[in-house]
Unconditional design. Structure first.
Length: 225
């Protein structure tokens, strides 16, 4: 709450530390509330399609909408309404990415990517009304083409927002598509980030704990050098 300058009290659940977050699991987000104050709340990862007719459809749609692309987020039916009026920051200490065959590493080699402290993914959120009248909130993070050293691991990367763009990004009064998209254009999208290889244990959702982000040494057979 201090890192993201949250100005409201928090009465929600305290999520346990999680080193292997999977889609549909609850995560923290930061957003502006109706009074224009920044708040911290929890919801599930993966945006529920607005036209989902039942909980089964909602769950299935979430697994297909954990990420939205900067190139098309303003056009896709699942994302465009949230992009215009329901944006958020998704805080994290880091994230995993898996090497593709395009880079110098063995395909599917996992990497842990992080900064010096908490990082802020650009995200969007929405509220789905179930047939029984209850509401479920969900979110997706926004990705962009990878740059610099991150492009040697994977062709996509999350979009990170620097602190000086948080207010504008969270403001519900900003609803012009071109201006919103402009906030995602950064001169140094990978600034402050670093990456190191980690164990393939992260590939199993049953594994969790701080050992998953521990750096490993890649042997000669694992690289294309």
């Amino acid at each position: 709450m201090d890192a993201f300058e949250v100005s409201t009290d928090y009465a929600g659940p305290i999520l346990p530390a999680d080193w292997n977050i999977t889609p549909t699991r609850d995560i923290y987000i930061v957003r502006d509330n109706r009074e224009g104050k920044r708040e911290l709340t929890t919801l599930s990862w993966g945006l529920i399609a607005p036209w989902s007719e039942n909980p089964h459809d909602a769950l299935r749609s979430q697994s297909q909408a954990i990420n939205a692309r900067t190139e098309t987020v303003h056009e896709k039916p699942t994302f465009r309404s949230a992009f215009i009026s329901r944006r958020c920051l998704i805080p994290a200490s880091g994230y995993y990415e898996w090497a593709t065959e395009m880079g110098p590493y063995a395909p599917k080699q996992p990497f842990y990517i992080h900064g010096d402290g908490l990082i802020a993914f650009a995200g969007i959120w929405d509220r789905w009304r179930a047939p029984d009248g209850t509401y479920k909130e969900s979110a997706a993070l926004i990705t962009r083409p990878a740059v610099e050293f991150l492009a040697t691991v994977h062709h996509r990367m999350p979009t990170f927002l620097p602190r000086d763009r948080w207010d504008a990004w969270l403001s519900p009064q900003l609803n012009k598509v071109d201006e919103i998209r402009g906030l995602l254009n950064l001169s140094a999208p990978a600034s402050g980030l670093q990456a190191h290889p980690v164990s393939s244990r992260v590939n199993s959702t049953s594994n969790n704990g701080p050992d998953l982000i521990k750096e490993i040494e890649l042997g000669e057979p694992q690289t294309l050098f």
